[in-house]
Ligand binder design. Structure first.
Ligand code: ATP
Length: 237
C-alpha cells in the first residue's frame, strides 16, 4: 500500500548547523506512528521539514503520492497535511470558536466547517461550553484541546502532533490519548511526537526512535517497547 507520507533521506538544519542526517520515515494510512527520542534529537525539526516550515537541504517528502519537497507550508496544509505545534500557538485574543474556524481556512476544509465543528465539540464537550471564551484565558489543558481541535478542523489526511502531553495533568493526558485512539479508529493517519514514551508506545502502531538526527531504531511499537535498550533509555525501567 502507498504511504500516506514518506520522508526519504531528509537532511536539514538551521543556518550552518545540520540537525537531521538522512532521516527516512513512512506513515502507513490509518496508522498511528510515534516519533520519540531524547531532547534535541531533532523530532520537532523533522515535523517542521515535513510540513514545509523548514526547507529540506536534501532528500524528499512525498505526501499522498505527490512530491511536496519544494511546496511551501501553506500549500501542504491546503492538501491536508496538518500540524498541531508544540506550545499550541493559539490566537490568545480570539475566541475558541474563532480559533477553530481559522483551522478550516483552506478550500478543502471550508465546505465541512459546520459538520467538523459539531464533531470537535462532541469530542471535546468542554470546548463547546467555552466557545465564546478568549483562548488565552483557557487552562493549559483546554488550550491543548483547542490546538488539536483546530488541527481537525482542517480535515487533514495526516495529522502531526508535537508534544501533546507537555505540562498537562495525568488525567488530561489520558483524555487526550483517548481522543487519539478514537481518531485512529476513525481511520485518521497520525504522527505523534512525545516525551511520554510509555504512553506514546501504548497508543501507537509503529514507532521511530530518533537520536542525534538519525533514526536509531524503528519497529512495531509493541515490539520496540519490549526491547531492553528502549526500556532502559526511554521508559526508565
Ligand atoms: P525537544 O524534545 O527538546 O523539543 P526535539 O527532538 O524536538 O527536542 P528539535 O527541537 O528538533 O529537537 O531540536 C534539534 C536541535 O536543533 C537542537 O539542538 C536545537 O537547539 C536546534 N534548533 C531548534 N530550533 C532551532 C533554531 N530555530 N535555530 C537554531 N537551532 C535550532
Amino acid at each position: 500500500m502507498a504511504a500516506a507520507l514518506e520522508v526519504t533521506e531528509l537532511v536539514t538544519g538551521y543556518g550552518e548547523v545540520q540537525i537531521l542526517w538522512g532521516v527516512s520515515l513512512r506513515l502507513e494510512p490509518g496508522r498511528l506512528t510515534a516519533l520519540v527520542g531524547s531532547n534535541g534529537a531533532g523530532k520537532t525539526t523533522l515535523l517542521r521539514a515535513a510540513t514545509g516550515l523548514l526547507p529540506a537541504w536534501r532528500g524528499s517528502v512525498v505526501f499522498a503520492g505527490h512530491d511536496v519537497t519544494r511546496l511551501p507550508a501553506h500549500a501542504r496544509a491546503a492538501e491536508g497535511l496538518a500540524l498541531v505545534p508544540e506550545g499550541r500557538q493559539l490566537f490568545a485574543d480570539m475566541t475558541v470558536l474563532e480559533n477553530l474556524e481559522l483551522g478550516a481556512f483552506s478550500r478543502r476544509a471550508q465546505p465541512g466547517l459546520r459538520r467538523n465543528l459539531e464533531r470537535v465539540f462532541e469530542m471535546f464537550p468542554r470546548l463547546a461550553d467555552r466557545r465564546g471564551q478568549k483562548a488565552g484565558t483557557l487552562s493549559g489543558g483546554e488550550q491543548q484541546m483547542v490546538a488539536v481541535a483546530r488541527g481537525l478542523m482542517a480535515e487533514p489526511k495526516v495529522l502531526m502532533l508535537d508534544e501533546l502531553s507537555l505540562g498537562l495533568s495525568p488525567r488530561l493526558v489520558l483524555d487526550l490519548f483517548e481522543s487519539l485512539r478514537r481518531l485512529k479508529a476513525e481511520g485518521l493517519t497520525m504522527l505523534l511526537v512525545e516525551q511520554n514514551v510509555a504512553m506514546a508506545m501504548a497508543v501507537s502502531d509503529y514507532a521511530y526512535v530518533l537520536a542525534e538526527g538519525r533514526v536509531h531504531l524503528e519497529g512495531e511499537a509493541s515490539e520496540l517497547a519490549r526491547k531492553e535498550e528502549v526500556r532502559r533509555a526511554y521508559l526508565g525501567l
